[in-house]
Design a protein. Structure first.
Length: 174
């Protein structure tokens, strides 16, 4: 199921799509809670600087009211808790840190679980800029324990699905 803003022009790609699209106002907690009813997880895909706390709080609270088990935060970026990340203006990175703290509070209260995907800069977008400076020296390696990381943008969808399955325990019904 996809929940989209009432003003959205999103349409499924075919009439036989397995995705049910529900259009609802995103500033109405009750409408959102009704839309989220019966769902195991909410995957938030609000882009970067558009991530605003007041709007995210409504989504999170509606998910809690509907009994959603997992909220997948719209972070898809570097380690947002790093002091290096937090120097960026909210116009560029949004209120992701504030949203994270709210999710941590709700999880500590036992109201819901949450997760996020922080893969660092998308290497496929950065690599063309770096290659002239390091010809033949760029390698893909690592243990996964480094404090700095990068990923390919194409890995984000499958990583998101795997993380959701890990937390919820199964694939969603289509």
């Amino acid at each position: 199921m996809a929940v989209v803003r009432s003003a959205s022009k999103y349409e499924t790609q075919s009439s036989s799509s397995a995705i049910t699209v529900i259009s609802t106002p995103f500033d109405d907690n009750l409408s959102l809670a009704n839309a989220f009813q019966g769902q195991d997880a909410v995957l938030c895909c609000v882009p970067g600087g558009a991530t605003r706390f007041d709007a995210q709080k409504i989504l999170i609270d509606a998910a809690i009211a509907a009994g959603v088990k997992l909220y997948f935060a719209s972070e898809y970026s570097s380690n947002i808790m790093s002091p290096h990340y937090q120097i960026f203006p909210t116009e560029f990175v949004g209120d992701k840190v504030k949203v994270r703290r709210y999710l941590e509070k709700k999880a500590a209260e036992g109201q819901m679980s949450w997760t996020a995907l922080n893969g660092g800069p998308f290497f496929d977008m950065c690599e063309p800029c770096l290659r002239p400076f390091f010809p033949g020296l760029l390698r893909f390696q690592g243990s996964g324990k480094a404090s700095r990381a990068s990923t390919f943008s194409r890995t984000v969808p499958s990583s998101t699905v795997r993380a959701t399955i890990f937390h919820v325990g199964h694939l969603p019904e289509l």
